[in-house]
Every structure is written in structure tokens, then in C-alpha cells.
Design a protein around this ligand. Structure first.
Ligand SMILES: [Zn+2]
Length: 810
């Protein structure tokens, strides 16, 4: 129910952590439950719905037309179609047909919530039935408000229309304050606590109800509910202040300390690329108007700084550009210091040693000490495994090194330049070996968006017996009817709809993200607090109208292919629209986000609070990170990759050549991630609290000094000059939980090796994974899930030994 917790869960980050291909033998697959021909046709249809705009438009038209003809006004059921004037609202929520409808929806929901709380409190005092149904009702109440907050959050981030975004902003204000009041409603909390403390009551509740009850109780307590009213009010004020500073921080992430970087005339002259120089001069004349004979102003805009970092031999020039490009404004660092201070204060107020202790109390890791141990082990092993080797490779290209220690010598501004040098050298050597090489065919030819979606459907049909079925959308159902595709996720084993995905791969404004719009939840019709009639216009129900189905929106910012004549169509007198073709990195992204989506779809929970991805933050990335192991597996890529024009499958040879060409600093990258996770820990740790406490929270916090100290200590591209930490968004959004990605990566490696490495298309492995992990959402201790999935009872304790097992490199 707690807004902060919930919003945290909807944010995602993508990091690259490439894994070498495993060359394992391929197995035969004979567990298809329906004929291959049918699968091929379904798969082609799915692919074309994404790749062929005309096909998609026709699909939408015929389907809605057929729908209108077959059910003419049956029992007052409205017909929606692009041919009549009726329309529905966003995600088929009838109230969401206009921006003002969204505001109406939020006001209506708030009112409903207020009345519902009154009736809950009345009934809980009346009889045992009121107490037995209390947790289910609390969950219903929280769903009622989340339905509004979640859709508003999605609109705020992704909707193309400013009117909608403004309405979403208002909605947030209408609901947020009320949510905070609810989080500190003493009466609700006392009843919940009494019910959970009463063995007679708990004996009659389901284990899921008890889990959700405990979770909500923790949330209440984390809001300081058991404190005196004055402290509680302080608590609300401080959380609001933190949240305000957080959005300020997020809004200013991209601002630079300065738009211009001043360099000497000779540094400027050292740029060899004449076109780049002209471009810089053009900017100078247009904007700065400052002409000086001794210095030049370089604009930090577009590709200019990055071209300099990759291509200019002059180190002092690169140094200046790099530092300024990674420096935040002073205001931004002040904002960061502000919320770190408030967080430390809040943690002490609630009786925790530090904000990290407060944050991690109910996570898998349990405490910051475990996190530090995990990160330190990881750092030591990646240092041993290859960080030094990778750096040494770069060191060979550094001119006039000052130090004999490669790690000390290679500075952050050297990285791009030396990688480019290394790449060039590899190319030269290859040319020597093979003077007239055949040009490597671009691999993206095999991965159109539609091919990847159809490939995922095929993978899921093998491992889960679940497929994707495209559904036409109605007018108003999406934010862009030409662009957004809707998919029904269908379970063939139980012959049931699992939920719906709305996919927009071409959003101009959002980094790849996954949004939960509605969660799976069983309706409370049996206890009489809601009915299917009330809900069917707001959410999408299952076949027997007993549950609301999960709705997930997945948005990516892939560039749309232009309408140019291409390939064999060129010169044939016509042109054909080219489908969007994806790089291997973009394929990873879709797989990652689909991992989150399937977590929501495959969950089998009844209450919304712990459904699907609503599990603990340091477990939530597991299903998505695991999907990246699939998208990097040769056997998976070669089976799903199909040439967009010829339909030819991707050859292993081509795939291997492309992997060969990727110059990766894999171990360095993973080391850098662990440095970022460590920074997130130290900024929220006990030392910060102790320092602030010594001045009664009146002294200043110097996050820049903390950042530079840590960099000096951990080394590897160590930064002692910039204020990059003001550009690291997850310091706010994850707050002491950024280790989660690396932690889940470590768990995913274990699951991959334990279940899928032998055969990524295995139904047996898929069933085991589904039943031990995915179906539980957040209703079972993740450590117990892992012990089950990996057949290792030692893990179920989730103690420091379990942490150590997970941290062990394979
Ligand atoms: Zn993610």
C-alpha cells in the first residue's frame, strides 16, 4: 500500500553484463503439444502484426468489424469499433477516455476508498466475519488506489499528450496525500496487528492472507505508526520532503555544470578530424560569440564530446571534456546531499542504525553487512578473473605512460580512446590475415521486432506451454492506435487467459521500461465487497469473471525504420516498409523486459499486494536477468533469428563472427557496476549517520568527498575529479538497494546452470522454474523458492552462508 515502496518497484534499469557463449550440445525437442504447421502459421501472423504496418491495420479493421457484426448490441454490451462512434478508455477502463476522465477516476476512487475504510472499520468491530475478511479488504483497498496510481504513473512517463500528463500529475496529488494518511491510520494498523497476533484468527486464514497481512503490517510500521502523533507527523513531512528532493534530483540528472568546455588553442588544434572542428566552430559562432585567440569553447552537445573521447590522442583535451561531461551542477549535489541527510535522519528516528539497515531489513540480503560481503567477494573475484587482463590490454596502447601500474595509469578519459585503438588494431591484424574479407552481414537482418516477439512466444510455448496471441485494440484503448500492439498471453495447459501485454516499441520518450498497470487479483465477490458488474468496465476479467487479469505495458525507444526502398525491393519500381531491425543489445532488452512481464502473467496469487513482480526489490530482477541468459545463448538466437526478407535462419557462423567483433570489457563493466552498488551503500551507511549525528544533523554532508574516497580505494578507472554521483539516478530510486541487479545476476547464473544450461528449450526445466519461483510472486520467501529451484535445502535459511553460496563464482 505504501506509495514509495510501490513506485520503486516499477522502475527498472538495464545494465550490460555480457556472458560468453556456452558451447553446449543441442537437444531434440519433441514436447510440442500442437502441430508444427499451426505453430508456424501462428508465429508468422504474430511476426507480421509487428513488422508490417499495413497487415496490422487490416488486422485491427477486420477484427473489429467482425466483432461488431457478430455481437450487435447483445444484452446492452457496447460494440467498439473504429467504424462507429463508440470508444473505450485506456486499457479498456471506460473512465479513461479523456484526461478529465482520469481526474474523475482518481477522485471517484478516493471517495470509494474513504467509504470503504469506514465500512471495514465498522465491520471489524462488529463480528468475527469482519475480522476474518479484514486482510482481503485491506488488499482490495490497496488495489483500488494502486489502479489509479499505476496508470497515472505510466501516463506521466509514457503518454505522448501533455494534457494526459498534466491530468496524471493532478491524479498523483489527489491520491498521494490520501495514501500517506492511510499509511498512518492507527485504527487500521491496530486491527491488523491484533488479527495477526491472534492464533484463533490466523488458523482460519490462508497462508497468502497471512503473508499479505504481515507485509502490510511491516509497511505500516515502516511508516512509524507505533510512534506518538508528533513523531508520526514528522515522519510524513520528512518522507514528503525526500520524495520532493528525489523528483528534483531525477529532473536535473542530465544538466551539465557547464555547456561549454574551455580548452587551449593548441588542444583544439590537436583534433585531427576537420569536420568535427568545423562543427565546433559553427557552434561557437552561433552561440558563444566569445572569440579568444588563446582558447576555444567546445560545446558538450550531441556526438561532439563522445567523438573527442573516442578519437583524440591529446590526453589533456580528453581529460577536460570527460570531467566536465561527468560533472553535475552544484544545486544537483546539494539536492543529493539533502535527501541523503533526510534519509539518515529518518532511519535514526525509526530506531535503525542507518538508512541501509532500514531499507534492507526485509530484503533477501537482510542487512548491509551481507551486501558489503557479497560485493567485496564479487570485486575480488572479478579482479582475479580478468579486470587486470582487460586493463593491461588497454595499457599497451597508452602513449608515454607515467606509471608502471596499469590500473593506476588508465584514467576514465582513456577508456573510450584506448578501446577504439584496440578495435582498430584488431581490424588491421585481421586485414593482414585476410586482405579482402567478405563484408560481414549485419546481424540485425535476422532480428526484426516481429521475429523477436514471435521467437519469445515460441520459447515460452516450449518451456511454459504459454503463447502470445495478438488482439486487435479498440479506439481509445491505447495511447497510439497505429503503434501499440496488444497481446493476450494464453496458457494452453489450463486453457486460460493469463493477462494482457500492451507493447510500444517506438516510443520517442521512454527508455525501455516495464509498467504494471493492473495486478492479478481474485475479486472479493464472495465476501460481498465488490462485484464483477462494478469492475468489468474498469479492468479486464478472466473467463469466469472471478479475477482481474494482469495488464502490463512495455515501452521501448527503438528507432522506426524509414520508408525507404531497401534491399531487393529497391529498383523494382516500388518500395516496401522495412521492419524495425534490432541489434543483439536490443534483443537483450526485449528479453529482459519480457522476463518481468511473464513474472506477472505466470503468478498464481489471489491478492494483489504480493502478485507477480510485487516481491522484494532484490529478487524482482531475477526473472528478467535470467531472460538475458536466454538471449545470449547461441541455441536460442539461432533458432529464433530469421532473415527479414528471405526467412533464412541465422547461422551459427555469422553469430560467432559477430560475437568475435564485440570488443568487450566484460569484467571491467561488472566491476564498475559493483563500484556503483558500493557507492550506494556507503552513502546510506552508519558512518554517514554518525557524522551527521555528531553535529545533531546540522552539519554538512560532503557526498563528493565520499565518492572520491571510494573511487581511490576501489580503483579501476578511478574518478577523483568529477561529480558523476549527481548523475546516478538509482541513488534515489534504489536507495541502498542498487546491489540488487548484481545479486540477481548471481542468482540467475545459478538458476541457468541448474535448470536451463543443458537445454534452454526444456519443458521440464520451465515447469520446475515456474513452480518453484514464478507462480509464487512475493508470497513465498525467495530463499525458500531458490532452495526449491536448485534442490539445495541449505539456501532456505537465507543466512550469510546462503549469501556466500550465491556469491560464489561458477
Ligand atoms: Zn528490469
Amino acid at each position: 500500500m505504501k506509495v514509495l515502496t510501490r513506485l520503486l518497484r516499477s522502475q527498472h534499469f538495464i545494465t550490460r553484463a555480457n556472458k560468453p557463449l556456452q558451447l553446449l550440445h543441442q537437444r531434440a525437442h519433441n514436447n510440442l503439444s500442437y502441430s508444427n504447421k499451426l505453430v508456424d502459421a501462428t508465429s508468422r501472423h504474430l511476426q507480421k502484426v509487428f513488422d508490417d504496418q499495413k497487415y496490422f491495420n487490416d488486422f485491427t479493421k477486420t477484427a473489429t468489424k467482425a466483432d461488431t457484426l457478430s455481437k450487435p448490441g447483445l444484452n446492452g454490451v457496447r460494440n467498439y469499433s473504429i467504424f462507429n462512434n463508440n470508444s473505450t478508455g485506456l486499457f479498456k477502463n471506460e473512465l479513461l477516455s479523456t484526461p478529465s476522465g482520469l481526474i474523475e477516476f482518481s477522485k471517484k476512487s478516493r471517495l470509494e476508498a474513504i467509504e470503504f475504510v469506514d465500512s471495514m472499520l465498522h465491520e471489524v468491530n462488529q463480528n468475527e466475519q469482519g475480522r476474518l475478511t479484514f486482510i482481503r479488504k485491506l488488499d482490495q483497498l490497496s488495489d483500488l488506489l494502486c489502479r489509479v496510481i499505476d496508470v497515472a504513473e505510466f501516463i506521466r512517463a509514457s503518454h505522448p499528450s501533455t494534457k494526459w500528463i498534466n491530468a496524471a500529475q493532478q491524479t498523483h496529488e489527489i491520491i498521494f496525500e490520501y495514501m500517506n494518511q492511510l499509511n498512518t491510520n492507527v485504527e487500521l494498523y491496530h486491527h491488523l496487528r491484533d488479527i495477526l497476533d491472534d492464533p484463533v484468527m490466523t488458523a482460519k486464514l490462508t497462508s497468502e492472507e497471512i503473508q499479505v497481512g504481515e507485509y502490510l503490517k511491516q509497511d505500516f510500521e515502516r511508516s512509524g505508526i507505533h510512534m506518538d502523533p508528533e513523531t508520526r507527523n514528522n515522519f510524513v513531512a520528512i518522507t514528503q520532503e525526500i520524495s520532493l528532493l528525489g523528483s528534483l534530483f531525477n529532473n536535473e540528472l542530465r544538466n551539465l555544470k557547464s555547456f561549454w568546455c574551455e580548452v587551449s588553442r593548441s588542444e583544439f588544434d590537436s583534433i585531427e578530424d576537420e569536420t568535427l572542428k568545423q562543427e565546433i566552430n559553427g557552434y561557437q559562432q552561433k552561440f558563444s560569440g566569445v572569440h579568444s585567440s588563446s582558447s576555444v569553447q567546445i560545446p558538450l552537445v550531441g556526438h561532439i564530446p563522445y567523438s573527442i573521447l573516442s578519437n583524440c590522442a591529446n590526453e589533456s583535451l580528453r581529460r577536460k571534456i570527460w570531467i566536465l561531461l561527468h560533472s553535475s551542477t552544484d544545486e544537483q549535489i546539494e539536492t543529493l546531499n539533502g535527501f541523503i541527510k533526510y534519509r539518515a535522519f529518518l532511519a535514526r528516528m525509526l530506531g535503525h542504525k542507518s538508512f541501509a539497515h532500514y531499507q534492507l531489513e526485509h530484503k533477501m540480503a537482510k542487512n548491509p553487512e551481507n551486501v558489503i560481503t557479497f560485493l567485496t567477494n564479487l570485486q575480488n573475484s572479478s579482479r582475479d578473473r580478468g579486470v587486470l587482463d582487460e586493463i593491461k590490454q588497454l595499457y599497451n596502447y597508452k602513449k608515454n605512460p607515467q606509471s608502471t601500474d596499469p590500473i593506476e595509469e588508465i584514467k576514465p578519459w582513456d577508456r573510450d580512446y584506448l578501446v577504439a585503438q584496440l578495435q582498430q588494431d584488431i581490424k588491421l591484424q585481421q586485414q593482414k590475415k585476410e586482405p579482402n574479407p567478405k563484408e560481414l552481414e549485419p546481424i540485425h537482418n535476422y532480428f526484426s521486432v516481429g521475429t523477436v516477439v514471435a521467437g519469445l512466444s515460441s520459447l515460452f510455448s516450449h518451456i511454459y506451454n504459454v503463447t502470445f496471441i495478438p488482439e486487435p485494440t479498440l479506439r481509445g484503448e491505447t495511447w497510439d492506435q497505429e503503434q501499440v500492439r496488444k497481446i493476450k498471453v494464453y496458457d494452453h495447459t489450463n486453457q486460460r487467459n493469463l493477462g494482457f501485454l500492451y507493447l510500444d516499441f517506438w516510443s520517442p520518450k521512454v527508455l525501455p521500461s516495464h509498467f504494471t498497470i493492473v495486478c492479478l487479483r481474485k475479486l472479493n465477490s464472495s465476501i460481498g465487497t465488490e462485484s464483477k458488474e462494478q469492475l468489468q468496465d474498469l479492468v479486464q476479467l478472466d473467463e469466469d469473471k472471478t479475477s482481474q487479469l494482469p495488464i502490463i505495458a512495455l515501452v521501448c525507444n527503438f528507432p522506426k525504420a524509414s520508408n525507404l526502398s531497401i534491399g531487393r525491393f529497391a529498383g523494382m519500381g516500388g518500395s516496401k516498409e522495412k521492419p524495425t531491425l534490432l541489434t543483439l543489445d536490443q534483443v537483450d532488452i526485449i528479453f529482459h523486459e519480457m522476463g518481468h512481464a511473464m513474472h506477472s502473467m505466470i503468478g498464481k496469487t489471489e491478492l494483489h499486494n504480493l502478485s507477480g513482480t510485487r516481491c522484494t526489490t532484490d529478487f524482482v530482477e531475477l526473472p528478467s536477468v535470467l531472460m538475458e541468459s536466454f538471449s545470449r545463448d547461441r541455441r536460442v538466437l539461432c533458432r529464433i533469428g530469421r532473415h527479414h526478407e528471405t526467412g533464412a535462419p541465422l547461422s551459427e557462423e555469422l553469430l560467432q563472427q559477430h560475437h568475435h567483433h564485440r570488443v568487450a570489457l566484460e569484467e571491467c563493466d561488472s566491476y564498475m557496476q559493483s563500484k556503483m552498488a558500493m557507492l550506494d551503500q556507503v552513502l546510506h551507511d552508519e558512518n554517514v549517520v554518525a557524522k551527521l549525528e555528531s553535529t545533531n544533523f546540522k552539519g554538512e554532508l560532503d557526498s563528493t568527498a565520499i565518492y572520491h574516497d571510494l573511487e581511490r580505494q576501489l580503483q579501476v578507472f578511478a574518478d577523483e575529479w568529477s561529480t558523476w554521483h549527481g548523475k546516478f539516478p538509482h541513488l534515489f530510486s534504489y536507495g541502498a538497494a542498487y546491489y540488487s541487479y548484481l545479486f540477481d545476476r548471481a542468482i540467475a547464473d545459478k538458476i541457468w546452470h541448474g535448470l536451463f544450461a543443458e537445454d534452454p528449450w526444456s519443458r521440464k526445466a520451465g515447469e520446475k522454474y515456474k513452480n518453484s519461483i514464478l507462480k509464487w510472486g512475493g508470497t513465498r520467501d525467495p530463499w525458500v523458492c531458490l532452495a526449491d529451484a536448485l534442490n539445495n535445502p541449505e539456501l532456505s535459511k537465507g543466512d550469510s552462508h546462503a549469501m556466500e553460496i550465491i556469491g560464489r563464482k561458477l
